[in-house]
Design a protein around this ligand. Structure first.
Ligand code: PRP
Ligand code: URA
Length: 234
């Protein structure tokens, strides 16, 4: 978290040392997508001229693609199904799935996840980052006790200082939500390292790992403000 004693108000990351990409690339249990379609779409998301309806659609599609990557090892059990021709064995997911969109920017990713996992339970958690301190502030919580979940995805596009992701997982752990995973679009090395240290048990899935945070705590090169760009509130 930014140390305000080191920085003038409004520039919370000024002078704060940050790790390089190379330093965090080998952190355990971190999955940075190598998929060419994800890389292609990331370029469109980064483009400042992409209008907000298109931007939201891209975030949703990225949610669907990342859901494939982040669910590839889920457990299944055998079941039987009767086709129009005969009865056969099939597989079904061994236990439910939870999705926690971190408001607001997580909504588009969660929408994409639901294309893959329409039966998933969706719990909303509202966290807003204070622009001066970069500290996350909780303002909405619709979490519930989880029953029979095999996995729960906390989805939020931007892992900047890591404060929001760490807080979200702290809150989910307080609710005893089991088998947590974090899914985002872009991580900064600083936030990725903090998140890895705070929650070493939580697998992290990202579409891209960027270079650094600027003095205001924005990811560079990044894509700007993911919430504003999805909802046209720039
Ligand atoms: C953004 C983003 C994350 C947070 C990341 O949300 O969606 O939740 O910032 O920053 P951090 O890693 O430094 O905590 P924001 O606070 O802008 O709210 P929004 O989703 O409503 O736009
Ligand atoms: N939140 C965003 O939306 N973008 C950033 O670059 C950092 C935090």
């Amino acid at each position: 978290m930014a140390d305000e004693t080191q920085a003038p108000r409004g520039l919370p990351m000024a002078g704060v040392p940050q790790p390089s990409r190379a330093e965090v690339l080998s952190l355990p249990n971190v999955h940075i997508s190598q998929h060419p379609v994800i890389a292609h779409m990331m370029g469109m998301l980064r483009d400042r001229t992409t209008p907000h309806p298109e931007f939201y659609k891209l975030v949703r599609e990225m949610g669907t693609l990342l859901a494939y990557e982040a669910t590839s090892d889920l457990l299944t059990v055998e079941t039987t199904v009767t086709t129009p021709l005969e009865t056969t064995t099939a597989r079904k997911l061994a236990g439910g799935v939870g999705i926690v969109p971190i408001l607001r920017a997580g909504l588009g990713l969660a929408d994409g996840f639901r294309q893959v996992l329409p039966d998933a339970q969706v719990w909303h958690l509202g966290l807003r980052r204070d622009e001066h301190t970069l500290e996350p502030i909780e303002y909405y919580n619709q979490l519930a006790r989880a029953n029979n979940l095999q996995v729960c995805f906390s989805v939020d596009p931007m892992l900047a200082t890591g404060g929001s992701a760490i807080d979200a997982l702290n809150i989910l752990k307080r609710y005893r939500v089991p088998h947590l995973r974090y899914v985002g679009l872009i991580g900064a090395p600083y936030g990725l390292k903090k998140l890895r240290e705070a929650h070493p048990d939580v697998p992290i899935y990202l579409a891209a790992l960027d270079e650094r945070l600027d003095d205001r705590g924005y990811i560079c090169p990044g894509l700007g403000d993911a919430g504003d760009r999805q909802f046209g509130t720039l």
